[in-house]
Design a protein around this ligand. Structure first.
Ligand code: HEC
Length: 246
């Protein structure tokens, strides 16, 4: 009986441990790693809006292009801005010391950030910048208070502000932050389009953190199937072996 329990516990994957611990509720990123169009849009946005500060230096351009279905010549022509060759690592030329002076913090490499922070955190982070004149770049962030990063997607989202409403707190009417961000409509995108753009970037970062996730899942089914067949065979073999003993 105990052996069965052991086998069962090996087969059932352990619960995923989500990174986090943030007190702010996170929105569901709802990404789809099988959606190549989304990954490609994400890569394009990432190279245009993020790569100036953040590298993904544990990845190679060629591998990324192949994995998410971008033809190599298009990748080279349109998405490599540093003069790097397609086979090279995705490094940028940001001087860490200078960057630390400008932003108060060095922009970290983002290859693995989706594993560290979790996709919901990234999705929420990129949608919750808000105007805060007390900060050096005039913006702050709901899930990353006192963030050093400027709101680089402002031209797409528009100018975001915290949404307040009057609520009764301890018998008194007070202006309370609703947890939502409102935008002034000056951005190039509607709210839905912006959410989708951020979802695409998040999707791309999730892929980046675990390029073989899909492949592993596919293999996993084969391995489980194989183990199951082996189990049945072993069972009948055992019966056969012991038949004459009793
Ligand atoms: C102008 C430079 C700059 C650009 C462009 C930029 N960032 Fe940042 N980013 C930073 C800096 C600086 C930090 C560190 C903030 C801090 O520690 O206060 C940061 C932090 C982050 C973090 C948090 C990392 C962590 O785990 O602490 C994420 C995620 C992130 N950026 C994503 C992005 C994405 C996605 C884009 C493109 C849409 C982008 N950044 C564009 C400068 C930049």
């Amino acid at each position: 009986m105990k052996t069965w329990l052991l086998i069962l516990s090996l087969l059932v994957p352990s619960a995923a441990f989500a990174a986090g611990g943030s007190s702010v509720p996170l929105d569901d990123a709802n990404i789809d790693l099988t959606d190549n169009a989304s990954l490609q849009r994400g890569a394009k946005l990432f190279m245009n809006y993020c790569f100036g500060c953040h590298s993904t230096q544990y990845q190679r351009y060629e591998r990324v292009a192949t994995d998410i279905g971008i033809p190599l010549d298009l990748m080279q022509e349109n998405l490599i801005f540093t003069g790097a060759k397609i086979g090279e690592l995705m490094e940028n030329s940001v001087d860490d010391e200078q960057a630390a002076k400008w932003f108060g913090a060095t922009p970290p490499d983002l290859t693995l950030v989706a594993r560290v922070r979790g996709v919901d955190w990234i999705y929420t982070y990129l949608r919750t910048f808000y105007v805060d004149e007390t900060r050096p770049f005039g913006v702050n962030n709901v899930v990353f208070p006192s963030v050093g990063m400027p709101h680089v997607l402002e031209e797409l989202q528009g100018i975001p502000t915290k949404k307040y409403e009057t609520r009764l707190v301890d018998g008194e009417e007070k202006l309370v932050f609703t947890g939502e961000i409102e935008v002034d409509g000056s951005g190039e995108m509607s709210t839905d389009e912006y959410d989708q753009a951020v979802r695409d970037i998040t999707n791309f970062l999730a892929y980046s953190a675990e390029p073989i996730a899909l492949e592993r899942q596919r293999l996993g089914y084969w391995v489980l199937g194989f183990l199951f067949i082996l189990l049945i065979l072993s069972y009948f073999l055992k019966k056969e072996f012991w038949r004459d003993v009793h």
